[in-house]
Design a protein around this ligand. Structure first.
Ligand SMILES: [Zn+2]
Length: 411
């Protein structure tokens, strides 16, 4: 028999959580470790306490709620996501994975189902990376990927440290973060892109995540007055910038899975009547295949040296800033998500995540998979972010089935 979650209860809780840190247009703002973030956590804690799910916290502020299994020593099945939002966040990003996880625990309790393994609901601190960098902080520390000291020292724009906020909210006495051993980690999330909606499918079977490479590029010319200096005598970096933008977009356009973004361009000094002496820009390259991402990297480097030859008066500096390798989720778990979706009657679609998620860190420590549901027009990080009650319930139903399958297996 196929068990189902309570879709109405889940939907009501999504709306209730959105009332904490509300912003115009149905959005939410719960910046990491702010009072609103803590208030959201307090609401979740009250729901979990009402059902007797034991709470454990760690010193980076991650929360873990446990529904005990028959064998208390068996490796737990982990589900979860995050409750923090972007400054103009929506109601579903992260929140869905947390509240659907709670819904799974509650449904198991409602059905009086004794699982073999414990099931833990995880809430990761600072997934968004909006107030404090880097993103995916709590999961990174718990998985031993991000040094704890580095996370504690991270400052927001006002100079407040993560460490200060953790003390203010009383997390500093909790145990040092360590995810330890677990059977697996499963995270439900809205897709944050248009692929599922366009394909008409309800469930995304996420097989992994794109690799990402970041660069800072600067073009150094000579600052001069816009009037007196003839064009031929200028060292203006702007024509080179135009070729560089073409180059990056050619790299991004060479294959449908490639992505390129020039998110920041700054002319210095940035005045209407001054030829800029310097232009600074960023490049973000992504691909789900590490070899292809590597090829994109080399194409960028080669293109930059060609441009330097063609514009000898301008100096081009390119600095690689970050490389997040391609993530591969567990193939057995992906198969399980696919078969659970089929059994429940939902059309499923294999896909790769374009955004970063806590699950990327977890995947380095244990078998991990993600489940996506469509969101309207692919909009996320925005008050207009919307997933239908049907999609939300479908995702949570699949999450329940996957968790049940793993939690019923003997440790
Ligand atoms: Zn998220």
């Amino acid at each position: 028999m196929q068990h189902r979650i309570d879709g109405e209860r889940l939907w009501a809780r999504l709306l209730a959580m959105a009332q904490i840190g509300p912003i115009p247009g149905d959005g939410s703002c719960r910046l990491t470790l702010s009072d609103d973030d803590e208030a959201g956590r307090a609401l979740l804690i009250s729901w979990c306490a009402a059902r007797g799910f034991a709470l454990r916290r760690d010193a980076i502020g991650n929360l873990f709620f446990r529904r005990q299994g028959r064998d208390a020593d068996a490796l737990p099945v982990l589900v979860g996501s995050h409750l923090d939002t972007q400054p103009t966040g929506g109601r579903f990003d992260g929140v869905l994975g947390v509240l659907a996880g709670l819904e799974v625990l509650e449904t198991l309790a409602d059905l009086d189902l004794e699982t073999e393994r414990p099931v833990d609901l995880c809430v990761w601190t600072n997934e968004e990376g909006s107030r404090f960098q880097p993103a995916m902080m709590g999961s990174g520390v718990a998985c031993g990927i991000l040094p704890f000291e580095q996370a504690l020292a991270a400052c927001d724009a006002g100079g407040v440290r993560v460490a200060d906020e953790l003390v203010r909210h009383g997390y500093e006495r909790e145990p040092v973060p360590d995810i330890g051993l677990a059977d697996c980690y499963v995270e439900l999330h809205i897709e944050q892109g248009p692929i599922l909606e366009n394909s008409g499918k309800t469930i995304g079977v996420v097989t992994g995540g794109q690799g990402i490479r970041w660069y800072e590029i600067s073009l150094h010319g000579e600052e001069t007055h816009a009037g007196p200096v003839p064009m031929a005598l200028r060292k203006d970096p702007v024509p080179m910038l135009a070729r560089l933008i073409d180059l990056v977009h050619d790299i991004g356009g060479r294959d449908p899975q490639a992505r390129c973004t020039i998110g920041q361009v700054r002319a210095v000094p940035g005045s209407i009547n001054v030829v800029p002496g310097r232009i600074e820009m960023t490049v973000d390259l992504r691909h789900p295949d590490e070899i292809e991402l590597e090829a994109m990297h080399h194409a960028l480097m080669r293109g930059c040296s060609d441009l330097s030859r063609n514009y000898p008066a301008i100096r081009l500096d390119v600095a690689p800033r970050w490389h997040s390798p391609v993530v591969r989720f567990d193939a057995n778990l992906a198969n399980l998500v696919r078969s659970c979706a089929e059994r429940l009657g939902f059309a499923a679609h294999d896909m790769v995540s374009g955004a970063g998620h806590d699950a990327f860190h977890l995947a380095r420590r244990m078998p991990t998979v993600m489940i996506f549901v469509p969101c309207r027009d692919g909009i996320s990080h925005n008050p207009q972010e919307y997933a239908s009650p049907q999609a939300v319930a479908a995702g949570a139903d699949v999450l329940l089935s996957v968790v049940l399958d793993r939690a019923m297996s003997r440790g």
